[in-house]
Design a binder for this molecule. Sequence first.
Ligand SMILES: [Zn+2]
Ligand SMILES: [Zn+2]
Length: 202
Amino acid sequence: MYSPDTLHRLNNTEVAKKRKAAGRKDTHCECCGETATKVLPVYNPADAVRGVKGAYCTIEVCDNCYEDQKFLEDDEYFYCDDCGELFITHHSWDNLVCNLEEGRFCHACAAKRIEPLTLDEIIEQLKNEKTESWKRINAVPGKDEVWTGEYSGYSDFSGHTSFRTIVAEIREKAKAEGWAKKKLYPVISQTYQFSAVLSIFA
Ligand SMILES: [Zn+2]
Ligand SMILES: [Zn+2]
């Protein structure tokens, strides 16, 4: 299931049409209100890894604001430090940027930087609550999701879970389904206000 934002998505053809229309009629820059001269397609960082094509939306800006990158100032959008495309930073509560030491990335580019772990390493990290190396990626291209679960450290949240229950669940599933010895890719596949969805790909 895709999030509802997919319904409002513009495809590439529509972006092209909109760009053409903006060239003809007087549209206003979203940053300063002057006449807009550029229509920038903005993508959802998760789309490429979940097989959704096309831009999420467009923003219209004037030459000055484009040059000064004014549209990046309120952190609604970011440029991926690898592919260079413009992306939205979040969708409702879901933070979509993959922040790494070497930059900010869309999920497809972040997935190229993921190193596999063994089941023991994953369990060790979960037990010690050291999952900060887990990247914010919806899905790992070319791999199958073998486990997913919601984690919340807030004890008064209805979806509260402990790492202990997650570890037990992962161990059992890995044994039953025979992926205990495989190369595994743990990720944070969704983020919500009080919780995150963790997934393991193999
Ligand atoms: Zn402007
Ligand atoms: Zn990218």
